[in-house]
Design a protein around this ligand. Structure first.
Ligand code: HEM
Length: 507
């Protein structure tokens, strides 16, 4: 008699193989019915669970090569190919036509991916983490609110910029970790915008201590969240032993938000101190309940804080290594004679705009996106031998697109795709081309795009005005950190980093 230890695994294996064959057969039939052509399949070693690729992605994440791994796979298997991700269909694409189909043309056929549901349990069901009717409601509440606040942006930034300058000055030309300062600077601005009261984490005192503790929690939260986004359910294998600690980190972050809210609720006069009406006050006067306000504010925080911090840090990192670009920027802003730029001034600084666009191309904070099909549908490209035919997408399939790989396509950026070359934007029109979308596209595109661009452009101009030299002693190439956004691992090295020289005192 066959022993159970042989019989049982054999039975399970047979079940999975027959299930996989029948699934493939059904996909082929439906694809035919939809008039679709066949797609390139990733050559899995484990065609049933796709474990080989998941483990590879996991390793790439830990080696700081997650995005580069995606780029290399696209180079090898083409702009669109399908994989098996832990038994689920997954389509990787960097074809802009497919990305537009998912985000815009067939918007109703997709929802956010499964990991977002898990994140929403902790971060709250707000704009970033919701779908369907909930998302529509959030977007409708926040849209007019963003329109009202964005106008005052430079005045919102300047006080925090002064704090930043003061901290850098206090360093007396010694190296400092700009990633840490960028995080404090961004937190101070975003809390001003959300609550009408800044944490002033760049300065000292009790409030700054609490804020820095909160930033520590956010930093602890980065690697596990990044693992989750990279490998999905497989991440539990790594995260389970530290799950209690993770929950503690999440609770700490929520408590920080609650304490900020309690503070402004208990002091209705606080709104008069900020340069613009805060998100909280506007939602409060629109009649939104406190619970929902907290969820929305947490969601806006997670959408804005990490992205802006990463881009700020990355741009200062580039400028500190590229004195040639710094010189061109200094020449362009010299007409301001050291006066802070207005919003109108910022709009006229074309080289600054090119630098920002190039930074968004090569150092885009959001390196990849995903959506899950909620019903059977199609994508316009990736089928047949030339890849130009329509392909079938089964309900439940995940579509992943890497902005990192798309922004490094030789097809769109020529032989110099790997170079940081702001001048390329003289001829490339970001608004009319269909392949550049650092703020996403379609109905769920970034709500803070204008704010982020103003804040970052303003900070660059003001830092250059305040410090005649920004340089780095660390010339190692960028290495992707284990995080959600595209951070450089090396920026956190306290012995290296960026330093700024102060202007000579004319007296
Ligand atoms: C350099 C900075 C930023 C970048 C690169 C960026 C990028 C993005 C991208 C790509 C999306 C779309 C995500 C998706 O399709 O799933 C998004 C969504 C969003 N962003 Fe930003 N963002 C930045 C800064 C900000 C700021 C400063 C705010 C607000 C103050 C903000 C608020 C939002 C919100 C609320 C959403 C969700 C929109 C929705 O789901 O309807 N972002 N952002």
């Amino acid at each position: 008699m066959v022993p159970l230890t042989v019989y049982l695994p054999g039975g399970i294996l047979l079940f999975w193989i027959s299930r996989e064959i029948s699934h493939r057969w059904s996909l082929r039939r439906k694809a035919k019915a939809f008039g679709c052509e066949s797609i390139t399949n990733y050559p899995h070693l484990d065609p049933i669970g796709g474990l080989d690729l998941s483990v590879q992605i996991w390793r790439e994440f830990h080696r700081g090569e997650l995005s580069e791994g995606m780029r290399r796979r696209h180079e090898k298997f083409g702009p669109t190919f399908s994989t098996n991700s832990l038994g689920q269909d997954c389509i990787y694409t960097i074809d802009p036509e497919n990305i537009r189909a998912v985000t815009t043309d067939n918007f109703d056929c997709y929802g956010k991916s499964a990991w977002v549901e898990e994140a929403a349990k902790h971060v709250g069901n707000g704009i970033l983490m919701s779908d369907g009717e909930n998302w529509k409601r959030s977007r409708a509440v926040l849209k007019p609110l963003f329109a009202r606040t964005a106008l005052d942006e430079p005045t919102l930034v300047e006080p925090h910029l002064q704090d930043l300058v003061q901290v850098i000055r206090g360093n007396n030309g010694q190296p400092f970790d700009f990633q840490v300062l960028a995080a404090r600077f961004t937190l101070d601005i975003v809390t001003d915008f959300l609550f009408g009261k800044s944490t002033q984490s760049l300065l000292g005192g009790k409030a700054a201590e609490d804020a820095r503790h909160f930033l520590g929690l956010v930093k602890d939260f980065e690697p596990p969240s990044g693992t989750f986004i990279a490998v999905g359910a497989l991440a539990w294998l790594e995260l389970l032993p530290s799950y209690r600690r993770l929950l503690h980190v999440v609770d700490g972050m929520k408590a920080f938000f609650r304490s900020q809210l309690d503070m402004i609720i208990s002091d209705p006069g606080l709104h008069s101190q900020s340069a613009a009406p805060s998100c909280f006050r506007m939602m409060e006067s629109d009649g939104v309940g406190v619970g929902q306000i907290q969820a929305e504010l947490q969601n806006i925080f997670f959408a804005s804080f990490d992205t802006t911090t990463a881009l700020l840090a990355n741009i200062i990192g580039i400028l500190s290594q590229r004195q040639d670009i710094q010189q061109q920027l200094r020449a362009e802003i010299s007409y301001l004679n050291g006066n802070p730029p207005t919003k109108q001034d910022l709009g006229g600084l074309s080289f600054l705009r090119f630098v920002l666009l190039e930074a968004l191309r090569l150092y885009s904070p959001v390196v990849s996106h995903s959506r899950q099909a909620t019903r059977d549908t199609t994508l316009p490209r990736g089928g047949g031998s030339d890849g130009l035919g329509q392909i079938f997408v089964a309900a439940g399939a995940t579509i992943v697109w890497s902005t990192y790989a798309l922004n490094r396509s030789q097809r769109y950026y020529g032989q110099t795709w790997a170079e940081f070359k702001p001048e390329r934007w003289k001829t490339l029109q970001p608004t009319s081309n269909r392949f550049f979308m650092p703020f996403g596209s379609g109905p769920r595109s970034c709500m803070g795009q204008q704010m982020a661009q103003t804040e970052i452009s303003y900070m660059i101009v003001r830092i250059l005005q305040e410090f005649p030299v920004i340089a780095s002693q660390d010339l190692r190439p960028f290495k992707e950190a284990k995080a959600v956004s595209f951070y450089n691992t090396y920026d956190t090295d306290a012995n290296t980093g960026v330093y700024a020289e102060q202007a000579e005192d004319p007296n």
